[in-house]
Structure formats: structure tokens, C-alpha cells
Design a protein around this ligand. Structure first.
Ligand code: SF4
Length: 491
């Protein structure tokens, strides 16, 4: 936790921010000459630089906020990265403001709108006349920079100025939250985490299909449950559709990793003209195979899983009408099967192992002749990620679980950490990390669901490290060596 000092160039900006503000005056000379009077304190004072700026991107409007993740002078002589800007921007957005991150360039004189395109070409988002020199005076002291757009590429500052000042009024509370989150911290990375063999295989299938096809490659539903993966594949040319009927004649279509029902595969085959590549994870395909085998042998099948998950929909559709779904012990009690009926059970691959054990025990008690797979079908990757979280969460004040809300194995990681008595929060990426979670969190664990890229974990670590001295260690519970062969069409 650090004390916050807010610095602006203009008195008007100071009035907009409110509270105690140091006004240094406008322009490079005044900013460069400023020497912070911080009573000799080094580590427990953080400085928020706040003010108006000119837009360098067409879509920025008056009152939009830009939080610097990098600061530089336009001659490139001064440069400083501020990765934590992504956290402040996230907080501002959650407070209903339009905020983005990027490079704020500082120019010695006012940059007319006609010259701004050249600056934008260097990747900067906004331009001001003070931030870089103020940050230069602060050496490595914590600094955050929030600029409010007054002057867009289309409109002059007179029209935008009032809106810019109105947005500044709402920045102080976010800067205060940032200052409270500063401090020394330990980060413990759970391992294994992130991509499993089934997800790597599915992504590689789409990438190889794209390399080999001149036309777009279609993917039915999210190839894996992660928005970043989907966006990345879209940028490479994949087209995501909801149903096979949306795939044009003669195209290549990839079926997603969590599997589809028999009806979907049959619909694709009936088209006759589609090249269908099945990216169903072999461990999910194994559950489908078991479902067919039990059905052929005359068993009623009980599937332990979550009804809204696509894997479950796919497995239930493998032998339609023969599978009953249970999500809890209560559901087991409500089953309409007689105790002497031949009953077999299967499990969704991405459940929490401790919860599943309870449901299976209830099934065994109710159906003494119950049969099931030799081990439950919870896959190695789900099991390993949960074991690692269990080991790490005990030591942590906060566990960050990187992944998407529709990823079952990711949600289970949050639950596993909670059951260890650790606060756990799901984040799609670091922009969703709320500063208040870090208050008092001296040891932060991080894991990622099987469909979340590990790059998102590294980005989170980088941002946490920008909040103070940070030691990073990894706690590995096992090595993973599983690899799945690719389908013949893309080998
Ligand atoms: S989590 Fe398990 S079942 Fe799901 S894709 Fe990965 S390896 Fe396959």
C-alpha cells in the first residue's frame, strides 16, 4: 500500500480530479523542471499523473480515457513501460467509463491535428506535453498516467475540453485503488496449467487446415472454450459458425474439441460436399465410445456432468434417449430407474474429482449392479490442474484462475481453490483483475484452465510485478507428456 500523490499540469485539471493535487504547470519545461517533494520517502508514495490529451486514433472521442501502458517522448529519448495501466483501465471500464490502454507520447509543443497521423503511425494512442517528463522526474517510483481526450482528430479542444474534464472527475478513486494495491508480493504459479493435449491438438488441426486451404476454414462453435484462442484463429482466417447449415457448399469444417452429437456428424456427412475434420479430443471420443458400448449391451446410462456443457450435449446425443444426466447427489435420488436395472455410469471429462466421487458413491449405493469405466473419465489434464491448484491454494491469499466463463475445467479450478479456503477469482485475462482483490494479498497463486493460453498467465505475472517487488516461483505437481495424434486429413 502506498500514499497517492496526484499531479496535473493545469489548475482546471486539478479541480476536475478533486482533492489534494500538485499543479506543475503546462508544457515540457515545467514538467521537466518539476522535482517531487516526497518528504524523503521512496517506497510508499505513488504518483498519479492525470490530465487532458489529444487523440492519435480516429475512434477516440472527447472524454475517452487513455491509460498509459507505455510512456515516451516523441523523439524516443525517454521510454517507460507501465504494464499495470491495464488494471486501471479495467477498473475505469467497470466504473462505466470508456477507457483504453496504449502508448502516451509526450511532445515539447502542441501537436496540430495535421501532424498526428505520423505519431499514430509509431503506435501511440494519445499525445500530451507533460507525462513523460513528469515520469522521468520520478525515476523508478510507482507512477500511473491517465489522460482524458479533449482534442480529437476531428474536433478542436474547445468542444472536447468539458467532456474530458468530466471524465477526469472519476479517476481519483481508481488511482487510490491502485495505490492501495501496491506492495511486495509473492506469486506462485501452479503447474501443470494452461493447454492440455486435446486443446493443443484442436488448435493445431485448425491451423494446419488453414495452411492447406486457400478458402476459409469453418469451425462449428468455439474450437475450445476460450475467447482469446478463437480471436487468434479468426485473425488467421478461421470462420466460426454455430451450425453446420451455415457452412457453404464444398467448404472444410472442423468440429470442436469437446465433441458433437451423432446428429451433427450425420448432418455434416449428409451434405456430401463438405470436408469434415473432427477435432474431438480423443478422451471425449473415448466417453462416446463407452456410451455406445453400454447402450449396445442393454445398460441404462447415467452421465455425471453439467447439462449446459457442449461436451455433455455431445455425449448425450451419442445414444439419444439412453442417457440420463445427474449433476448432484440429489439428482441421483430423483432417478426413475429401478435398483435392479442394469445401469452404467459415465462422467464428463472436466469435472472436479472430489465432487464426482460423492455422486458416484451415491449411484453405487442406489444401484448395486452399477458398472462404469475402470477409472472415472475425468481426464488426466483436469486431474493434474486440480491437484496443482490444491497444492498451491493452501499457501495463497488469492488464487487467480485464467480462463473463460464457459470453460468447465476452468470453473472447477475456482471451486477446488475455494474448497481449500482460498479466495479464487476467474479472469478471462489480466484486464479483469480487480485492484481491490490485491488488498492484503501478499501471496497470489495463478493457474489457467486447459483451454487458456499460457501467455495470459505471463501477462498477469508481468502486471503484478509492476505493482511492487515480486518473487515468482512455480509449484509443479507432475510433468505432462501426453500428445495426441492428428487426424489423417491434416497430418
Ligand atoms: S481437458 Fe481433457 S478432455 Fe478436455 S480437451 Fe483437454 S485433454 Fe481432452
Amino acid at each position: 500500500m502506498a500514499d497517492l500523490r496526484v499531479v496535473t499540469a493545469l489548475r482546471l485539471e486539478a479541480l476536475a480530479v478533486g482533492g489534494a493535487v500538485t499543479v506543475v504547470g503546462a508544457g515540457r519545461e515545467r514538467a521537466a523542471a518539476w522535482r517531487p517533494d516526497l518528504d524523503g520517502r521512496r517506497d510508499d508514495v505513488a504518483v498519479g499523473v492525470v490530465g487532458v490529451a489529444g487523440a492519435l486514433q480516429e475512434d477516440l472521442q472527447p472524454g475517452d480515457l487513455v491509460v498509459a501502458t507505455e510512456l515516451r517522448t516523441i523523439d524516443g529519448k525517454f521510454q517507460r513501460r507501465l504494464p499495470h495501466g491495464i488494471l486501471l483501465a479495467g477498473e475505469l471500464r467497470r466504473n462505466g467509463l470508456s477507457a483504453r490502454t496504449g502508448t502516451v507520447a509526450s511532445a515539447p509543443t502542441f501537436v496540430p491535428r495535421a501532424r498526428r497521423r505520423a505519431l499514430a503511425g509509431n503506435g501511440a494512442v494519445a499525445v500530451d506535453m507533460e507525462s513523460a517528463w513528469l515520469a522521468g522526474a520520478l525515476a523508478d517510483r510507482p507512477v500511473a498516467v491517465i489522460r482524458s481526450i479533449a482534442d480529437t482528430i476531428e474536433h478542436g479542444p474547445v468542444r472536447g475540453g468539458l467532456r474530458a474534464l468530466a471524465s477526469l472527475r472519476r479517476t481519483r478513486s481508481v488511482l487510490e485503488a491502485w495505490a492501495r494495491a501496491l506492495g511486495r508480493r509473492q506469486v506462485v504459479l501452479a503447474a501443470p496449467r494452461s493447454f492440455c493435449a486435446g486443446v493443443e491438438r484442436a488448435i493445431e488441426i485448425v491451423e494446419r487446415a488453414l495452411e492447406r486451404s486457400k478458402a476459409p476454414v469453418y469451425v462449428r462453435r468455439q474450437i475450445v472454450h476460450n475467447a482469446h484462442v478463437v480471436r487468434d484463429l479468426e485473425s488467421k482466417g478461421a470462420v466460426f459458425v454455430e451450425e453446420i447449415s451455415e457452412v457453404p457448399d464444398g467448404a472444410t469444417v472442423v468440429l470442436a474439441a469437446h465433441g458433437v452429437s451423432r446428429a451433427v456428424r450425420e448432418e455434416a456427412a449428409r451434405r456430401g460436399d463438405l470436408t469434415v475434420i473432427d477435432a474431438t479430443c480423443p478422451l471425449v471420443a473415448k466417453v462416446h465410445h463407452e456410451a455406445r458400448r453400454y447402450a449396445e449391451r442393454g445398460h441404462q446410462i447415467v452421465l455425471v456432468g453439467h447439462g449446459d456443457h457442449e461436451e455433455v450435449i455431445g455425449t448425450m446425443g451419442e445414444v439419444p434417449g439412453r442417457i440420463r444426466l445427474v449433476e448432484s447427489v440429489d439428482d441421483v435420488e430423483a432417478l426413475d430407474l429401478a435398483p435392479d436395472e442394469p445401469v452404467a455410469y459415465l462422467t464428463q471429462t472436466t469435472l472436479a474429482t472430489d465432487e464426482t466421487a460423492e455422486v458416484i458413491a451415491a449411484l453405487q449405493e442406489r444401484y448395486p449392479r452399477l458398472v462404469g469405466p475402470s477409472a472415472d473419465d475425468i481426464c488426466y489434464a483436469t486431474q493434474n490442474r486440480q491437484d496443482a491448484v490444491r497444492a498451491v491454494a493452501r499457501r495463497c491469499d488469492l488464487m487467480l484462475v485464467v480462463g473463460s466463463e464457459n470453460s468447465s475445467n476452468t470453473l472447477r479450478l475456482v471451486e477446488v481453490a475455494n474448497r481449500q479456503g482460498c479466495r479464487a477469482e476467474l479472469i478471462e485475462d489480466v484486464s479483469q483483475l480487480q485492484l481491490s482483490w490485491l488488498n492484503g494479498a501478499r501471496t497470489v497463486g495463478i493457474t489457467a484452465g486447459a483451454s487458456a493460453p499460457d501467455a495470459l498467465v505471463h501477462e498477469t505475472v508481468e502486471v503484478l510485478a509492476a505493482l511492487g517487488d515480486t518473487s515468482v516461483t512455480e509449484h509443479r505437481t507432475t510433468q505432462e507428456t501426453v500428445r495426441f495424434a492428428l487426424p489423417a486429413q491434416v497430418r
